[in-house]
Design a protein around this ligand. Structure first.
Ligand SMILES: [Zn+2]
Length: 454
């Protein structure tokens, strides 16, 4: 009890002295970003001058050169490319789906669809539709699947306040739904787009075949079309056609783009900040993950601009191929392991450029307690909470291979899935001030971790 009283008497004074300096430094970082931040202009360049940049595409090569030059011009001590082989999937043409008959009477109602990333297509398939709610219904009705096109009405659960929870739950239909249906003889799969948007844009995204079953074509349908289709399927027999052209070209060379601010005390210990440079082909990849790319560059630019000399080496990484392979993040972790690097922490921004609300973390209990102690320093800039949901996809391999503590910026998530992997993920849907505030919170957290360790 005495110990408790002593701590009560002395610790607050120390904490106040420390936090006074830190509050001033973080204010300086924030002022620099909000006054002179280049993130929004850089996002314009990445989205409008380069555009969609799926791994292997000419735009992805352009984005690598742009990233290298931009990091060089933003105050890096050194910039280099880390080569990795990436898959080269191409959509290959116009995706199309048409309701061809309802209760045997012919029709030609077009649906707004996109083929799923990594799916294979060789022109048109046709069939009667088996519309089902979920995998449980698939199992129950497996005898009916053969020769049909399976439709999964895998909606987001609207009662989840956090849309990422819904994405986690429904996302499995996109990733493995096609092979689950192919196992019972389906000739094609259509899923409801992973969104609660009121617009009809379909949402693409990565899927993976199970090599044991036929690789059937797979598409996502826009949510309004999905609503009508589901209602119609309950009272009528539907036949449809779906036409896709997805295929793989040989793996090709991609790059992580890496910049460093060299540590003054521990140059051999690394803190990573990153986002992924690739995006889907059907949009500009503005929120996913142009925002993370320019957040990363902005954190570096601002720390350098205020004259901050980091203790540890800060690495700023624009990762290759998150969307349909994760080869960039995998390569980064493999290199770190091969070189015996010590990684203190890694932070990603890959949840959009909306108003920052906090961070999700994959850290120990003790580390979480330490980070939570910084909440008063971060809360003036928007951080409200630290959750235990782990870090971003690209730094996942670093966490798995080296056990590196990880985190991810949590912007407000309510609009993210309106745009995510849809045609509407464009520059115009990013707000400059919200974007800059994300970089403020990231830079402040990185500053604190660099100064005090974890
Ligand atoms: Zn992303």
């Amino acid at each position: 009890m005495k110990k408790g009283i002593l701590a009560f008497l002395f610790l607050p004074c120390m904490a106040i002295a420390q936090s006074g300096d830190d509050a001033a430094t973080i204010k300086k970082i924030s002022d620099e970003i909000l006054r002179n931040g280049t993130a929004y202009d850089l996002l314009y360049q990445l989205t409008k001058q380069i555009g969609g940049r799926l791994a292997g595409s000419p735009q992805s090569a352009k984005a690598v050169q742009w990233g290298k030059t931009t990091l060089e011009n933003s105050g890096a001590d050194r910039v280099y490319l880390q080569e990795c082989m990436v898959p080269h999937w191409v959509r290959g043409g116009q995706d199309e789906a048409i309701i061809t008959s309802v209760n045997k009477s012919l029709t030609a109602r077009k649906l707004d669809v996109l083929a799923l990333g990594n799916s294979l297509g060789n022109g048109k398939v046709t069939g009667e539709v088996l519309a089902i709610a979920d995998f449980a219904e698939l199992e129950k009705r497996k005898e009916e699947v053969k020769g049909k096109i399976v439709y999964y009405n895998n909606g987001f659960d609207p009662t989840n306040v956090k849309p990422f929870v819904s994405y986690g739950q429904a996302g499995i239909y996109r990733r493995i739904g096609p092979s689950r249906a192919a196992k019972y003889g389906a000739v094609g799969v259509m899923i409801r787009s992973l969104t609660e948007s009121t617009a009809n844009d379909p949402h693409t995204g990565g899927m993976q075949y199970n090599d044991s079953f036929p690789k059937i074509p797979a598409i996502a349908v826009g949510p309004r079309d999905a609503d009508e289709f589901w209602e119609l399927s309950k009272k009528a027999t539907i036949t449809m056609s779906m036409t896709t052209h997805g295929h793989f070209l040989p793996d090709t060379i991609g790059h992580n783009v890496i910049a460093e601010l060299t540590g003054t005390e521990f140059p051999d210990q690394f803190i990573t900040v990153g986002g992924h440079l690739d995006s889907w082909d059907v949009n500009e990849g503005a929120h996913d993950d142009g925002a993370g790319v320019v957040h990363t560059i902005e954190v570096m630019r601002a720390l350098e601009a205020i004259g901050y000399k980091p203790k540890h080496t800060l690495r700023f990484v624009l990762f290759a191929n998150e969307e349909n392979g994760l080869r960039g993040g995998t390569k980064y972790a493999a290199e770190a392991k091969a070189k015996g690097e010590k990684h203190l922490f890694a932070l990603e921004s890959d949840a959009g450029g909306f108003t920052p609300r906090g961070f999700s973390l994959g850290v120990s209990k003790e580390q979480m307690a330490k980070i939570k102690g910084w909440l008063p320093l971060l809360s003036p800039y928007g951080t409200e909470e630290f959750t235990t949901d782990g870090g971003g996809a690209d730094i996942g391999p670093l966490n798995r291979v080296l056990g590196t503590p990880v985190g991810e910026l949590n912007p407000d998530p309510q609009r993210y899935f309106d745009l995510h992997h849809a045609r509407s993920d464009v520059f115009e849907n990013v707000n400059k001030r919200e974007l800059l505030l994300g970089a403020v919170n990231m830079a402040a957290l990185i500053y604190l971790i660099d100064k005090y360790g974890l």
